[in-house]
Design a protein around this ligand. Structure first.
Ligand code: C5J
Length: 222
């Protein structure tokens, strides 16, 4: 067992053998200029700032033989898994499925839907393509976790208040203990990230726990 003594709202105990790291949607479409995030009017440089810590987190969990899962928010090329409500929402300069500088926006197999090279999955790591914001919706994630007897989840990725928070809430309702690494997650809106961290750990950890990367590393390196 390991204990993250500095976690909020209180210490987080976990067994690395039954814990998975889930890195949410660190895709070129969200993190690099020219992708979906920028078409929505966002400053993607904010998200680029967490790449070194997220890479260190991946390496820490790999060194501790933990299950590693990466997710990608993307849709089938025929858009059969894209509800009109999602495609037509808002006024982006390019919609999901439209051709952009990195191929069709958020479409599986296109360059923009790939995970950024700095955080590329290694052989044997699980990659889940998801059509929703939550990683449990319309995917094999539940089955993959139960096959591996996973009971705790460590989260990183983007964006904090959308796909990360949605997936943590889905995980919480399914009985997983979830820990979010504060400096390995980011939002285009710093105030939304701050609010999400508060919401997760409020009321005695109503959704889960949060921690700084260094406190998690200390727990695993002890
Ligand atoms: C968004 C995500 N923000 N990965 N997706 O649309 O959070």
């Amino acid at each position: 067992m390991a204990t993250v003594a500095g976690a909020f709202p209180f210490a987080f105990d976990f067994n690395p053998a039954t814990t998975a790291l889930i890195v949410i949607d660190m895709q070129r479409d969200f993190v690099e200029p020219g992708g979906f995030g920028e078409t929505l009017g966002n400053d993607v440089s904010l998200l680029q700032a967490i790449v070194p810590t997220t890479a260190a987190l991946l390496n820490l969990c790999r060194a501790n033989q933990m299950t590693i899962i990466h997710t990608r928010e993307c849709h089938k090329p025929d858009l059969s898994d894209l509800p009109d409500a999602k495609r037509n929402r808002g006024a982006p300069s390019l919609r999901i499925g439209d051709p952009g500088p990195m191929g069709r926006i958020l479409i599986a197999g296109e360059p923009g839907a790939e995970i950024i090279p700095e955080l590329a999955p290694q052989p044997g790591e699980i990659v889940i393509d998801k059509p929703g914001k939550g990683a449990f919706y319309a995917t094999d994630l539940s089955g993959l976790l139960s096959e591996r007897k996973i009971t705790s989840l460590i989260f990183a990725g983007v964006t904090t208040e959308v796909c990360v928070q949605t997936t943590m809430r889905e995980a919480n309702d399914r009985g997983f203990d979830s820990l979010l690494v504060e400096d390995a997650t980011e939002s285009y809106f710093p105030e939304f990230k701050a609010a999400t961290l508060c919401m997760i750990r409020a009321q005695g950890g109503i959704v889960g726990w949060t921690t700084r990367f260094d406190d998690l590393a200390e727990a695993l390196n002890d």
